[in-house]
Design a protein around this ligand. Structure first.
Ligand code: KG4
Ligand code: ZN
Length: 336
């Protein structure tokens, strides 16, 4: 069966069609990055207004390019949270209205479950159980995954998310939004000059904290002349500290659970330094690392269509009520 997936939780309008046996058919993404860049970050009201403009034409385009019509679609999956309320409402109301008109089911998908399952879209997907490190603009989560919907949260960030720390560091260095790719590019020109802390690695546990690292980054940068080389060296040190901190916690999670598979997903998993650091660690632990292709690390409709398809195939249904959950703990999801 063909499932239409809709993602509108933040600053990307994503639409995809996934087939339960043939896999991903097609996907399209419209990014609002250019619009928000002017303001140095996502402006929620502008995000909602842009999703309203772009979503329906993108659905039409995706159906046309897939050579499918509405009668081919068996269900609609939409991101119901976590995310920006106004942005989520656009996807949810569109999905529910189309589903009612087309007389097919619609299913709410948890955005982070979408990220977590994104590596399943690849040719060589990971097998359950595994440890997942979810690193995005709003979340840093370590989860034991025993199956779809069987999530045990092992750790989380007590303050800023990893992506947020990248974005704030970029702002500090005058690099614009979104910060992750920009800090990463600048770090290539940096040298190993500063030693930054690896927060919360000197005590037991699997939680993270990135706000102290952000302050340390700012204080270090303010003590320099703020030349281009200073900026690159600060970006290098920040990225190295983040990569090593994530790696130390993932190693701990693997050792603690005895699992040998690590999945990394979410926008920050696009970072090549972090991938390299985790690859090095998993090799030493005789574990295997899985991650989505680059375009499915950041927000997209394909991961939502995939997650929704699994839930609809398992018979999960919902009523006509439009429910969005800007806050939605991942370990409260229904097991399938
Ligand atoms: O998953 P995502 O697209 O949206 C959320 O669910 O938040 O993640 C966006 C975050 C942003 O903070 C962005 O700066 C970060 O992912 N990001 C990166 C890279 N690409 C995106 N961070 C580090 N390195 C990257 N290459
Ligand atoms: Zn995301």
């Amino acid at each position: 069966m063909y499932i239409l997936g809709i993602e509108t939780s933040c600053d990307e309008t994503g639409v995809a069609i996934y087939h339960s046996t043939k896999g991903l058919v097609h996907h399209n993404l419209y990014s609002q990055i250019e619009m928000h860049n002017e303001y140095g970050g996502v402006v929620p009201e502008l995000a909602s207004r842009d999703h309203i403009r772009k979503l329906v034409p993108l659905i039409k385009q995706t159906l046309l390019e897939s050579k499918l019509v509405n009668t081919n679609i068996a269900g609609i999956a939409y991101t119901a949270g976590p995310g920006l309320m106004g942005a989520l409402l656009v996807g949810a109301t569109t999905a529910k209205s189309l589903a009612w008109t087309w007389q097919i089911p619609a299913i709410a998908v948890h955005h982070m479950e979408g990220h977590l399952l994104a590596p399943m879209l690849e040719d060589n997907p990971p097998a359950f159980p595994f440890i997942a490190l979810l690193v995005s603009g709003g979340h840093t989560l370590l989860i034991q995954v025993d199956g779809v919907g069987q999530y045990t949260q092992l750790g989380e960030s007590l303050d800023d998310a990893a992506g947020e720390a990248f974005d704030k560091t970029a702002k500090m260095l005058g690099l614009g939004y979104p910060g992750g790719p920009k800090v990463s590019k600048l770090a290539e020109k940096g040298s190993n000059r500063f030693k930054f802390p690896r927060p919360m690695t000197d005590r037991p546990g699997l939680d993270f904290s990135f706000s102290g690292l952000k302050t340390f980054t700012m204080n270090t940068f303010n003590k320099t002349e703020k030349t281009d080389q200073d900026k690159a060296d600060v970006a290098y040190a920040f990225q190295q500290a983040t990569a090593e901190t994530l790696s130390i916690k993932c190693k701990r999670a693997l050792q603690q659970t005895g699992l040998k598979t690590l999945v990394i997903a979410g926008g920050v998993s696009a970072n090549t330094k972090i991938r390299a650091e985790l690859l090095k660690m998993t090799k030493k632990q005789q574990a295997t690392l899985f991650f989505p292709r680059l375009e499915f690390c950041t927000d997209n409709g394909a991961m939502i269509a995939y997650a929704g398809c699994q839930r609809l195939m398992a018979g999960q249904l919902e009523n006509l009520e439009i429910l969005c959950k800007p806050r939605w703990p991942i370990d409260s999801l229904v097991k399938i």
